[in-house]
Design a protein around this ligand. Structure first.
Ligand code: ADP
Ligand code: MG
Length: 675
C-alpha cells in the first residue's frame, strides 16, 4: 500500500510531540476552538496537500476524529467550492441530516443554504448549497441526471467500510469517472477498513491515515450465553447506573421495537429507585426517529444525571456522541438477507462481525478509559463471529440497482467492476424480476416502461404499480397508498394499556379488500380533518408518521409530474383498479390459503402467516398479495390485499402459468370458513 509519505512520517514522529510549523490563527468563537481540538485538525495541511497531489485518496481515521464534519469544510476553506460543490455521502439518512445540521452550525449558516442535505423524499438544499451531505443512494440517482457529476469538484464517499449496496455501486461508477474527469477529487473515507483491498481496487490510490486518540476500553463478557439479551441489556444498564462512576451509557440493540421496549422497561424500573440515585435520561436513536428527537442525543448531560442512549448500529460509526464511557453490546444487528432461489428478502437479526464488535467497544474510549459489556461469551466472540461483515451487495435483492445501472447505459452487468461481485444467481434473479415486471425486454434491454420506472427512487415493484395506475386512472389513490406503505409499520399507535380500544378504532377504518385500502381510508379521513393532530390522537394514529406519508406523497406527486404520469383529479370509484395496480407490481408476493389453514407462497410453497395487525386477520381470504415479509417468531406477511387469481394471470403473464393459480385444494374446505 502506498501510504502518503509525509503523513506516515508525521505518525511516527507524533509521540515526540513535534508541533506543526503552521501558525494557528486567532482563536475565534468557541465552536472554532472546538473544531481545532479534533484529531484531524493537526493533519489539515498535509491532508489538503495529499488531496491536491492525488485525484483519488483513501482517508482512514478513528470514528469521531472529524472526517465527516471537517474535511468538506477544509476543502471549502481552500477554495474547492469555487469550482463546484462538495458531495459527501452517508449510508444512513439520519447521519446525513445530523451531520449537515452540525456543519451548518459550525459555519454559522442556515441549514439548507450553503450546507444542506439530500435524502430520499427530502431535499434540503438550495441554489446556494456548496457542501452537500447526501445518502449514497441519492448520489447514485444524481448519476442518472448527470453521469459526469459536473456540478461537483469533490466527491467524498464516506463510511466506506459499511459497504452498503449503494456505496459499492458508487465505487464502480466513481472509479470510472475519476479516470475520465481529471478535475474531480475523489475521497474514500472510513473508520476502519481493509486498506489494502480498497487501495488496490482504486488503482493503488494512496492512503492517508489520521491517528485517533483513544483510551483503553476493557471488555467484559457474560459467562454463559444470555437467554434474553434485552433483559440482560436493561439489567446491565441499571447496574451501571447504580454502581459505576459518572459517564454516559450507549446500548446497542437491533431495532426500533426493541429500543422502545427497553425504554419502557428502564422507565418502569427506575421509578422506584428513589432520589439518592441520579437521574437517568433515556434517549433512543434509530433511523426513522424524527429529527428533533435525534438532536437530543447530542445535548450535554446535566450535572448528576446519566444519559443512556439506546441505539441501533447507527451509533457504531456514523454518529459520535460525546461523553460515552460505558457500552453495552448485544452482539446482534438487523440485516437484510436475500435468498435468490426463492426471491425472498427479509430482515433478520444476525450476529455482528468482530470488526463491528470492536467498533462498538471503541465508542466507550473516546473521552476517557471505558468499559464495554458484551452480552455474549468470550468463546462466542472468538469462534462464532465473522471477521468482517458481509457486504450488502451479497445479501440483498438487486432489482433496484440493476434498473439504475441499465438506465445509466451499463448493459453488461457481469462485466461491471464490483469490488466484491454479487452472486450471479442474484444478478440473474434481478434481471428475471425486471423482465417479469416488463421493465426489460427479452434481450435484457430497458423498455420504455422500465426507463420511466427508473425515474422513481423506489422499489421497481412499487414504481410498476404507479405506472399501471396511470393506465387505470387511479394514480392519486395508488401514490397515497405507496406513501403510507413507505413510512413502514408506524401509522397505527397501540399503547399497551389501551390496546383493545386502539384495535377497535383501527378496525373501524377497515375496508373490504384489505390493508392497502384501509391505509387509503385513513389518509383520506385525515385529510378531511385538515391534517389535524387532535384527530390523530383520537384515532390512535401517529401524527408524525402520517405527516411523513404526506411529505412522501408530495414528493411522489412531483416525480409523477416530472415523468409525465397523469394524476387523476376525481377520485377513482373502482377499488378493483387500485388493487389490480398493486397486483401488477407485487405479483411475486402472492400467497394462497391452503386447506390446512396455512398460507403458502405460490411460487415456492413457503409457509407464511398473516400478521395479527392486518384488518384481514379474522377473515382470511383465499388469495392475497403481501407488501413485505417480516421474520419475528414466524414469517409474517405485513400489509395484505385480497386478489383475484385471474388478475394475476392477466397482469403477470410472464410469471404465472394457469396451473399456478388453480385453487382446487380449496374445495375440501367447509363452505363457511372463507368467503
Ligand atoms: P468522523 O467522521 O471522523 O467519525 P465527525 O466529523 O462525524 O467524525 O465528528 C467529529 C466531532 O464532531 C464529534 O466528535 C462530535 O464531537 C462532533 N459532532 C459531530 N456531529 C455532531 C452533532 N450532530 N452534534 C454535536 N456534535 C457533533
Ligand atoms: Mg464520519
Amino acid at each position: 500500500v502506498n501510504f502518503v509519505k509525509e503523513n506516515l512520517k508525521k505518525i511516527k514522529s507524533e509521540s515526540s510531540g513535534s508541533e506543526s510549523d503552521r501558525q494557528i490563527e486567532e482563536e475565534g468563537p468557541p465552536i472554532q476552538k472546538e473544531r481545532k481540538g479534533l484529531p484531524i485538525f493537526e493533519y489539515r495541511d498535509e491532508l489538503l496537500a495529499a488531496i491536491r497531489d492525488h485525484n483519488v485518496l483513501i482517508v482512514v481515521g478513528e470514528t469521531g476524529s472529524g472526517k465527516t464534519t471537517q474535511i468538506p469544510q477544509y476543502l471549502h476553506e481552500v477554495g474547492y467550492t469555487k469550482y463546484g460543490k462538495i458531495a459527501c455521502t452517508q449510508p444512513r439518512r439520519v447521519a446525513a441530516m445530523s451531520v449537515a445540521a452540525r456543519v451548518s452550525y459550525e459555519l454559522g449558516v442556515k441549514l439548507g443554504h450553503e450546507v444542506g442535505y439530500s435524502i430520499r423524499f427530502e431535499d434540503k438544499t438550495s441554489e446556494k448549497t456548496i457542501i452537500k451531505y447526501l445518502t449514497d443512494g441519492m448520489l447514485l440517482r444524481e448519476f442518472m441526471v448527470d453521469p459526469e457529476l459536473n456540478s461537483y469538484s469533490v466527491v467524498m464517499i464516506d463510511e466506506a467500510h459499511e459497504r452498503t449496496l449503494h456505496t459499492d455501486i458508487l465505487f464502480g461508477l466513481i472509479k470510472d469517472l475519476a479516470r475520465a474527469r481529471s478535475n474531480l477529487k475523489v475521497l474514500i473515507s472510513s473508520a476502519t477498513m481493509d486498506v489494502e483491498k480498497m487501495s488496490s481496487y482504486f488503482d493503488d490510490a494512496p492512503v492517508f491515515v489520521i491517528p485517533g486518540r483513544r483510551f483503553e476500553v476493557e471488555n467484559y463478557y457474560t459467562k454463559a450465553p444470555e437467554a434474553d439479551y434485552l433483559e440482560a441489556a436493561v439489567i446491565t444498564t441499571l447496574q451501571i447506573h447504580v454502581s459505576q462512576p459518572p459517564g454516559d451509557v450507549l446500548v446497542f440493540l437491533t431495532g426500533q421495537d426493541e429500543i422502545e421496549q427497553a425504554q419502557e422497561m428502564l422507565l418502569t424500573r427506575t421509578r422506584g429507585l428513589g432520589t439518592k440515585i441520579g437521574e437517568m435520561i433515556i434517549l433512543p436513536i434509530y433511523a426513522t426517529l424524527p429529527s428533533d428527537m435525534q438532536a437530543r442525543i447530542f445535548e450535554p448531560t446535566p450535572e448528576g444525571a446519566r444519559k443512556v442512549v439506546l441505539a441501533t448500529n447507527i451509533a457504531e460509526t456514523s454518529l459520535t456522541i460525546d461523553g460515552i464511557i460505558y457500552v453495552i453490546d448485544c452482539g446482534l444487528c438487523k440485516q437484510s438477507s436475500y435468498n435468490p432461489r426463492t426471491g425472498m428478502e427479509s430482515l433478520i437479526v444476525t450476529p455482528i462481525s468482530k470488526a463491528s464488535a470492536r467498533q462498538r467497544a471503541g465508542r466507550a474510549g473516546r473521552v476517557a478509559p471505558g468499559k464495554c459489556f458484551r452480552l455474549y461469551t468470550l468463546w462466542s466472540y472468538e469462534h462464532e463471529l465473522e471477521e468482517n461483515p458481509i457486504p450488502e451487495i451479497q445479501r440483498t435483492n438487486l432489482g433496484n440497482v440493476v434498473l439504475i445501472l441499465k438506465s445509466l447505459g451499463i448493459e453488461n452487468l457481469v462485466k461491471f467492476d464490483f469490488m466484491d461481485p454479487p452472486a450471479s444467481e442474484t444478478l440473474i434473479r434481478a434481471l428475471e424480476e425486471l423482465y417479469a415486471l416488463a421493465a426489460l425486454n427479452d434481450e435484457g434491454e430497458l423498455t420504455k416502461l422500465g426507463r420511466r420506472m427508473a425515474e422513481f427512487p423506489i422499489d421497481p415493484m412499487m414504481s410498476k404499480c404507479i405506472m399501471q395506475a396511470h393506465k387505470y386512472g387511479c394514480v392519486n389513490e395508488v401514490i397515497t397508498i405507496c406513501s403510507m406503505l413507505s413510512v413502514g409499520n408506524s401509522i397505527f399507535y397501540r399503547p399497551k394499556d389501551r390496546a383493545l380500544h386502539a384495535d377497535n378504532i383501527r378496525m373501524g377504518f377497515a375496508r373490504p379488500g384489505g390493508d392497502h385500502l384501509t391505509l387509503l381510508n385513513v389518509y383520506n379521513q385525515w385529510e378531511e380533518s385538515d391534517g389535524s393532530s387532535n384527530w390523530c390522537k383520537e384515532m390512535f394514529i401517529q401524527y408524525r408518521s402520517i405527516q411523513k406519508a404526506s411529505d412522501i406523497r408530495e414528493q411522489l406527486l412531483e416525480l409523477c409530474e416530472r415523468v409525465e404520469v397523469e394524476v387523476n383529479e376525481d377520485p377513482c370509484s373502482d377499488c378493483n383498479l387500485i388493487i389490480k395496480s398493486f397486483c401488477s407490481g407485487y405479483f411475486f408476493n402472492t400467497a394462497r390459503l391452503h386447506a390446512t389453514g396455512l398460507y403458502k407462497t405460490v411460487k415456492n410453497q413457503h409457509s407464511v402467516h398473516v400478521h395479527p395487525s392486518s384488518v384481514l386477520f379474522k377473515d382470511l381470504p383465499r388469495w392475497v398479495i403481501y407488501h413485505e415479509l417480516v421474520l419475528t417468531t414466524k414469517e409474517f406477511m405485513r400489509q395484505i390485499i385480497e386478489v383475484n387469481p385471474q388478475w394475476l394471470l392477466e397482469l403477470a403473464p410472464h410469471y404465472f402459468k394457469a396451473e399456478d393459480l388453480e385453487d382446487d385444494s380449496f374445495k375440501k374446505l367447509p363452505k363457511n370458513r372463507h368467503k
